[in-house]
Design a binder for this molecule. Structure first.
Ligand SMILES: O=C(O)CCC(=O)C(=O)O
Length: 211
């Protein structure tokens, strides 16, 4: 099945905007997709994406990531993080439709998507910034959430590094990270042991040709 996608406009009033000091911005639309579309996309991606637990290099050791991942991109486009190189080989139809909707919302032509499957609240993602060179100086990243609601935390890169902002990423939501946010801020998706169901996150990125 190939789910049709008719997202809400970002001009609607329910968009929350956050300007970060000393730089960067977030825009959050909690119900960017309607609940029926959200459910259909969740089932389609859960069943049809090629979910794998791939290793990354952290502090000199290869360790399994605490979640499953998949990657899609235009042919020839590659993305490397923590020693793991992911190469694009085209787009499944529904993922391409969602990419086009996210591109229209963000005003950026995304050419890749990193897909994360958090099987339950034990799966997580640690503190990091999306600051790989191939994303360019001030990347715009569009993050679509499906499935369980999870907390998304932000902390400054400079000390004191306590979490300063928290957003509940709801199913069907769109979060845009913009400006120089990745230079000044880190983000994470912490463990949530009470969450027993799965969550899918799709982060659309524009990877530059030069890398
Ligand atoms: O799952 C999330 O919402 C966070 C994803 C993320 O931080 C990333 O892919 O860089």
């Amino acid at each position: 099945m190939q789910t049709a996608i008719r997202p809400a406009s970002l001009a609607e009033k329910c968009v929350q905007a956050l300007t970060l000091e000393p730089g960067g911005a977030l825009r959050y639309h909690p119900s960017w997709l309607d609940s029926e579309t959200t459910g259909l996309l969740y089932s389609e991606f859960l069943d049809n994406l090629n979910w794998r637990q791939l290793p990354v290099r952290l502090f000199g050791r290869w360790v399994p990531q605490p979640r499953l991942v998949d990657f899609h991109a235009d042919p020839g486009v590659a993305y490397t993080y923590a020693g793991l190189k992911l190469a694009g080989d085209g787009w499944p139809v529904t993922l391409a439709r969602l990419r086009d909707a996210a591109s229209a919302a963000a005003g950026v032509n995304f050419n890749s998507v990193l897909c994360n499957l958090y099987r339950d609240g034990r799966d997580h993602m640690g503190w990091h910034a999306d600051d790989e060179r191939e994303l360019g100086k001030n990347p715009v990243i569009a993050s679509v959430s499906l499935g369980a609601t999870r907390r998304f935390l932000l902390r400054p890169r400079m000390k004191p590094r306590e979490a300063r902002h928290e957003i509940l990423l709801e199913p069907g939501s769109l979060l845009l990270m913009e400006g120089c946010m990745q230079h000044h801020w880190q983000h994470q998706l912490p463990k949530a042991l009470r969450v027993k169901s799965a969550r899918i996150n799709l982060t659309f990125r524009a990877i530059l040709d030069a890398f």
